[in-house]
Design a protein around this ligand. Sequence first.
Ligand code: SAH
Length: 262
Amino acid sequence: MRLAPKKSLGQNFLLNKNIIKQIVEVGNITNQSTVIEIGPGTGNLTEEILKKKPKNFFAIEKDKKLYLNLQNKYNKRIDIINKDVLDIKWNYFEKQNMLVFGNLPYNISAKLLIEWIKLNNLNFLFKRFVLMFQKEVADRIVASVNSSKYGRLTILNDWKMSAEKIMDIDPENFFPKPKVKSSLVYFQPKSNIFNLKDSKSLEKVTNIFFQNKRKMIKKPLNILFKNSKEITNKLNLDENCRPQNIKPLIYFKIAKELEKDF
Ligand code: SAH
């Protein structure tokens, strides 16, 4: 069956077999693994994942036609779910240490990442993630402090996950060709995370700091704290440096101070 790709669902199917193989290798699937594939589409990655014989295999596909097609093809071998992944409750699977694969629409990958970071049992539910992003977004996730791409996404991600870029992928490897380059990113939930009540304080701190990343940090500190001088001294901050020069750990500490005011 030939299916016309739907732009609205970000359907760019990955055709390069070598890249597909590499993606699956990175995930390190064993016969004990529970795998979740998001947006299996026509089954390009699915087929390769099946070869690794995971113990449990769930796939989440929003497109009804593609879903039916996959049901026909894989019937009992995969548990295929016809849902929008953004509506999935991750506790539903009643599994832990899950491996997630997704060559997804770009906007969905970024939304999901933030959603996962907000889970308080992330490290329990998931073992690793292998996800495709728009290159520009991937570069922001894995950026180092003091670099131009370093920012909110880097810091928020670093609170809960370690991330590593595996490779950049040119548009020619997909059909239809996307307009921008893609990158594959590998994530592992951290087992020891800096203790914050939730993500709200960190989101607020990074939002305010990165509203104007060229300005010195004195201003955002004054916006956030009445006693900003005290905080500056306590955390040994240099008021004259810029948001991009501050390590994630310091942002976590600033967020912790803010939580005391909540
Ligand atoms: N993984 C396949 C398909 C990539 S295209 C491949 O590499 O070839 C992206 C897939 O995600 C499509 O199948 C699309 O229908 C699906 N998709 C898009 N938005 C989705 C959503 N919100 N929830 C679940 N699946 C979605």
